[in-house]
Design a protein around this ligand. Sequence first.
Ligand SMILES: *Cc1c(COP(=O)(O)O)cnc(C)c1O
Length: 384
Amino acid sequence: MIPYGRQSISQNEIDAVVDVLRSDFLTQGPVVPRFEASVATFCDAPFAVAMNSATSALHAACLALELGPGDLLWTVPNTFVASANCGRYCGAEVDFVDIDEYTWNIDVSALAAKLHTAESAGRLPKIVVPVHFAGQSCDMRAIRALSQQYGFRVVEDASHAIGGSYASRPVGSCEFSDITVFSFHPVKIITSAEGGMAMTRDADLALKMQELRSHGITRDPARMRGDSAGGWDYQQLSLGYNYRLTDVHAALGLAQMQRMTGFVARRRELVARYDELLADLPVIVPGRQADADPAWHLYVIRVPGRRREIFDALRNGGIGVNVHYIPVHLQPYYQALGFQRGDFPVSEGYYEQAITLPLYPDMTNEQQDQVVDVLMKALQEYPA
Ligand SMILES: *Cc1c(COP(=O)(O)O)cnc(C)c1O
């Protein structure tokens, strides 16, 4: 089976992990700040806070921005559930904005319209979470302008998008947002096995997230209430969590940073090849956001008609296809909160036709040809 995504692990990366196992620190030690510095330099952002997953980083980001009960967080239905759940963890209400028919990212005109209505109702969101679907940046200039007009904060879910850029700035620079979150799950652009990182340009938000990832505890006498009792003293300032990344994981992530631009270059090459190979087939390929250079975590096509049969034919033909994403508002948990089929028709229509084709840096051209071959036969067998 050709998988839809797969990590690429070199001997150098294995050695880096083994070195940590032989060292004095297993959990957060000297490698975590080196990994943070590497990503911060790459993204041209002053602060990076590593955590044990992007889900944890999204939660800490929302807490640092003081999201709580009575507040609203908006994201898109076309994402992994974590983009919405971070709002629920904070006790906030979650709502969605439909996606653009062409880029499959947040529809900024739908966002503008919903904000206009929400303002009259006194129901403006505190945080909006745009998701850079498949590794392609959202229209961040437009989102930034709306955030200034309506006073909400922006947390970019860039789980798919490290290595991509927008407006000639690296995703993660936080040029157009308060915080940007990356995931290092094995299927993503680079991996630390499990892991995530929150980027920001705001020193205060960075400090808050550093404390939140470690129980809300500080050991810095300058941050303590009253005088420090001595070198052993620490104070818990807020209700934090254990969201720390380990040095074992950070060593893998740091070593992967050396190959990140190579990974992204190969992904872009394969995407250009897919675009070309699929040009004459009755499928819709990803539309491009102006001013964005995507990292291409996923390559999704929309097929006409019988998606289920085409999906099964691909799987039976040895092609490990997948579907991204089941609209979050259709999940039973969100249905129980009152969302219904029909609430976000563009996301639902997209979902009905979406198939994610295999894409990963070690994929060969021959494997890609095989994917296209099996797809072509499936489309002939199950025409619209
Ligand atoms: C993978 C992913 C996450 C969660 O990442 P973890 O590191 O597994 O917690 C969140 N949002 C999106 C869009 C993702 O693809």
